[in-house]
Design a protein around this ligand. Structure first.
Ligand SMILES: [Zn+2]
Length: 102
């Protein structure tokens, strides 16, 4: 196994990304989810230097993108997508009148 490249000499050309999805249960009903966040960390695969996310507030919130205190972890809210068949039906209903005409 090769040694990591010194940070000062590295051009940061390849990357590792670690991600997990965190569930946020309702405090009064742990089976009910109030939201989900994708937590992502990126580092250079050659030298190991962590990368920082820019332009987001620090903290953790299920409804707004945030970053960790050191900016190295993106916390992005997400939700389950609708069933594709239901989504297609909803789109079709948007484009038709009450008689089913387009
Ligand atoms: Zn690097």
């Amino acid at each position: 196994m090769s040694h990591p490249k010194p940070v000062a000499e590295c051009e940061h050309k390849t990357f590792f990304a670690d991600c997990i999805v965190v569930r946020h249960p309702d405090d009064s009903n742990l089976k009910k989810m109030v939201g989900y966040t994708l937590e992502v960390k990126v580092k250079c695969a050659d030298c190991g230097l962590p990368f920082e996310f820019k332009g987001l507030p620090r903290g953790s919130a299920p409804f707004q993108p945030t970053v960790s205190f050191d900016n190295t972890e993106l916390r992005a809210p997400l939700r389950p997508s609708r069933d594709p068949a239901e989504q297609a039906k909803a789109l079709l209903n948007q484009n038709t009148d009450s008689n089913g005409n387009r």
